[in-house]
Design a protein around this ligand. Structure first.
Ligand code: IPD
Length: 277
């Protein structure tokens, strides 16, 4: 079969859109906030509900497939990528945004087979933008082909990073010192949408040259990874080595020149891998 994952991809797009409608509707009601690893690591009933909707709909259609979902892992399920066709799901990427009504929230669905990402779907549901990428078949937003920017000079770049949810003082200092060094290169600007998935789509669209973060999880970036690479971008570890989905570290950029220049300024701090058992 020449296109074995087309049916899964089509289903991912449909279920991401359906999930986005649930999220948009939930924004009209009072949001009940709970916490996970710390007082700033937020979760809502919508995150849990949307993950259940996605997983049950996929299970019904593809009963042999496996799942790694943010809220299932938070509830104690393992976060191990096997060779099985695996759906890697963040039902609400940008939960803090969702809680505050800050208008960038995405449904992120990555799909891997034999530990290789085959497609990614990011539905930026408040903007109503559907981003997709399929291995070897390009990246698109609402049907329009995406291409990363061709900027090679760091001084002409706009960069995204995030502050994350780690409030350990030493970590926060390293995040700020990295941002200060990058800002003072100088770059044109430093931004953050509050959702890693959307940030990666902004790299793929050419709106920014790079997005990097230490502390993200595989479900935040699995879908965006396919979209960035299919738009012509690069993925690296924050030390310049090969990118690893489970490492919780990511540099995504329009090209290696920009990525390497930023990597020189990153003060790396530890983040426990996603697949630690
Ligand atoms: C978070 C967002 C945020 C990033 C955090 C992620 P969540 O995902 O992607 O931009 O800075 O590291 O955990 O918790 O909203 O799904």
């Amino acid at each position: 079969m020449s296109d074995p994952w087309k049916e899964s991809f089509d289903h991912a797009v449909a279920v991401a859109r359906k999930a986005g409608v649930v999220i948009r509707d939930a924004l009209q009601n009072e949001v009940k906030v709970m916490t996970k690893s710390s007082s700033v690591d937020l979760v809502t009933q919508t995150d849990q509900r949307v993950e259940k909707i996605i997983i049950s709909s996929v299970k019904e259609k593809f009963p042999t497939h496996s799942f790694i979902g943010e809220e299932s892992v938070a509830a104690g399920l393992p976060c191990i990528l096997t060779d099985d066709p695996t759906w890697i799901i963040d039902p609400v990427d940008g939960t803090t945004n969702f809680v505050h009504g800050f208008p960038f929230v995405a449904v992120s669905i990555g799909f891997a087979v034999n530990k290789e990402l085959e497609f990614g779907v990011v539905y930026s549901c408040i903007e109503d933008k559907m981003y997709t990428g399929r291995k070897g078949k390009g990246a698109f937003c609402d049907g329009e082909k995406l291409e990363v920017s061709d900027v090679k000079e760091i001084r002409k770049s706009m960069i995204i990073s995030e502050l994350g949810s780690n409030r350990d003082e030493e970590t926060v200092s390293k995040i700020f010192s990295t941002m200060k060094k990058i800002l003072c290169i100088p770059v044109h600007g430093l931004r953050g949408s509050g959702t890693a998935a959307t940030n990666m789509c902004l790299v793929a669209s050419g709106a920014v040259e790079a997005f990097f973060e230490i502390g993200i999880h595989c479900w935040d970036v699995a879908a965006g990874a396919v979209i960035v690479t299919e738009a012509g971008g690069v993925l690296l570890d924050v030390d310049g080595g090969p990118w690893d989905l489970m490492s919780r570290r990511m540099m995504s950029a329009n090209n290696k020149t920009i990525a390497d220049r930023l990597i020189k300024e990153i003060d790396v701090f530890p983040a426990e891998r996603d697949d630690v058992v």
